[in-house]
Design a protein. Structure first.
Length: 250
């Protein structure tokens, strides 16, 4: 039994989509969510910068005596997980675009993979593409996470942005769409409006299940009936929006 906190971080609000799933699957665990909102976005930065920022966040979380680390950000996972796993002794869980379940789902059409430019550029994604990418079409979405950061999940500006981004694929043979950035589940409905009938895949449930497995194997489960969820941010003004996204009906 280990009731210490599980540290979770993202460049901003996006990882809350993973946090929601983790608290559903592991209600007895306590989580400390850290959003690096002051430095968001990560996805348009070079790899070294994303690694440097991730290290800064991790040292803050380690100071709170966390028992495991969840990198609830596809971009930071791609840029920093291998290094952080070498540097840290605690379990490190990352997230990747849910291309595998989308590819196994069936159909012959294209699989759109919406993600940040960094996620789609880094080696981790190239390896995923080698295995499951035969039908994948990477769609970099710079500018999309900012809508979620502002708490804008259903505005005319968001719909116009998505219309422009996705109109080339509308009416073509699209079998699935992967939400390869943890911010995007918060704008899933707006994305669905542009791609009617296309099934959406994200990594939240897979990551939460992976965390559960890792905690079980390392004998780190809390054993408590109910855990707590704490929020912290490099930009304190983001905290109320973070709590609102955590509570929001999707
Ligand atoms: N939430 C992030 C991800 O999953 C990154 C967004 C960003 O900072 O650009 O990739």
């Amino acid at each position: 039994m280990d009731t210490r906190l599980i540290g979770v971080f993202d460049s901003g609000m996006g990882g809350i989509s993973i946090l929601r799933e983790m608290t559903r699957i592991l209600p007895g665990e306590s989580f400390l969510y850290y959003g690096d909102n002051a430095n968001a976005p990560y996805g348009t930065r070079p790899k070294e910068e994303i690694l440097r920022l991730s290290r800064g966040v991790v040292s803050r979380l380690l100071a709170r005596d966390i028992k495991a680390l969840v990198i609830a950000c596809n971009t930071a996972t791609s840029a920093a997980t291998e290094t952080l796993r070498r540097e840290l002794t605690l379990p490190v869980i990352g997230v990747e675009p849910a291309l595998k379940p989308a590819a196994l789902y069936g159909g012959n059409g294209a699989i759109l993979v919406l993600a940040t430019p960094a996620t789609l550029r880094l080696e981790k994604f190239a390896r995923l593409m080698e295995q499951y990418g035969q039908r994948a079409l990477p769609v970099p979405c710079p500018g999309l996470m900012e809508f979620v950061e502002r708490g804008e999940t259903d505005s005319p500006a968001l719909h116009a942005f998505l219309k422009e981004l996705l109109s080339p694929y509308r009416g073509t043979d699209v079998a699935a769409c992967v939400l390869g950035c943890t911010h995007y589940p918060f704008v899933r409905r707006a994305i669905e409006r542009e791609l009617p009938g296309v099934p959406m895949f994200d990594g939240s449930e897979g990551t939460a299940r992976q965390l559960k497995r890792v905690l079980e194997q390392a004998n780190l489960l809390s054993g408590a009936a109910n855990g707590q969820v704490l929020f912290d941010s490099s930009d304190a003004s983001a905290l109320p929006r973070m709590r609102a996204l955590y509570e929001m009906e999707l």
